[in-house]
Design a protein around this ligand. Structure first.
Ligand code: TMP
Ligand code: MG
Length: 299
């Protein structure tokens, strides 16, 4: 029953026939894409998570760092603090990806993780002028095909919002060093507050963790107000918490949700298929998002 539908979608966008691609309802994907293409690029905005969505999960069998990990492994953090942060990671990351617990159960534990990790970081006298080096020395990697993705959006003046529960100062540096911090890019994330000597003293504003992106979006109504004329959204994420990133979009029409499923693929696939329109299994590339952009650009 589903086969012919999949073929039609693949004809539109051959990359949707890749072995890494799963779709709950290929026909809906096709309809959404056709509507978005018809409406034109000037009605589109892109909202993307950062860690493990724009960046790779692994490369040559080795895990790539999140924006938090980039700081953790840097010289700015003491050995004792590194150990404490690792204990937190080992405790809370399995909870983050545990498909047997509900979001409601995980939420207080995720708040606990972020709060404890940020408290530890605040004691480390992190220097603003050393962030560039920390990123240079890290193994942070954007996904293969990132340049085409960022350049295409910029070339067509499509706004890209990077919405991250990671560290804004660090992720900006990753994007800048990759040469793709174009004028169409805006970031909502956790930013550090530095004193007059350039030493970090706190985090600014409300904490963004993995499950409060909806609240984060609603605190940034100004951004979404500016983009009122763009009711169509391409959303990219890797966590079920990323699904609410578009909740601040005004008068929303079409939303196409693309989810990277990087870890514990078999047990998490059912919940990802239920909530993302397109699920990409252990796919370290931007091939599918780029193919979708190519389709939307061609009219
Ligand atoms: P994201 O919203 O850009 O994906 O960032 C959230 C990721 O950050 C999430 O997958 C867990 C990760 N993280 C760490 O790696 N170390 C930490 O200490 C914390 C608090 C989060
Ligand atoms: Mg992520």
């Amino acid at each position: 029953m589903q086969r012919p539908v999949i073929r039609i979608t693949c004809k539109m966008i051959p990359a949707l026939g890749n072995t890494s691609v799963r779709m709950r309802d290929p026909q809906r994907v096709e309809e959404t894409l056709r509507c978005m293409q018809k409406a034109g690029l000037n009605t589109l905005q892109v909202i993307s998570d950062f860690d493990m969505t724009l960046t790779r999960f692994a490369h040559n069998g080795k895990r790539c760092p999140t924006s938090h990990n980039i700081l953790e492994i840097s010289k700015m953090i003491s050995a004792e603090c590194k150990e404490k942060l690792k204990v937190l990671l080992d405790k809370y990351y399995p909870i983050e990806i545990d498909s047997s617990r509900t979001i409601e159960e995980k939420l207080p534990l995720m708040v606990e993780w972020w709060t404890r990790a940020h408290e530890l970081m605040m004691q480390q006298k992190i220097r603003k002028d050393q962030l560039t080096l920390a990123v240079q020395e890290s193994d942070a990697m954007l996904r293969e095909g990132y340049q085409e993705f960022f350049d295409c959006l910029n070339q067509h003046s499509v706004p890209l919002l990077i919405f991250s529960a990671g560290l804004g100062d660090v992720l900006e540096e990753v994007v800048r060093q990759a040469g793709v911090f174009h004028p169409n890019v805006k970031v909502i994330s956790n930013y550090m507050d530095f004193d007059e000597t350039g030493v970090m003293t706190a985090f600014k504003g409300e904490l963004i963790h993995i499950y409060n992106k909806r609240e984060g979006a609603l605190l940034n109504t100004g951004h979404f107000e500016e983009l009122r004329s763009r009711p169509n959204v391409l959303l990219l994420g890797d966590s079920l918490g990323d699904l609410t990133m578009a909740d601040g979009v005004q008068e929303v029409e079409e939303v196409l949700k693309i989810g990277f499923l990087n870890d514990k693929v078999d047990e998490r696939l059912p919940s990802y298929l239920n909530s993302y329109d397109i699920v990409l299994l252990e796919d370290e590339t931007m091939e599918v998002p780029n193919a979708i952009l190519d389709f939307l650009v061609a009219d």
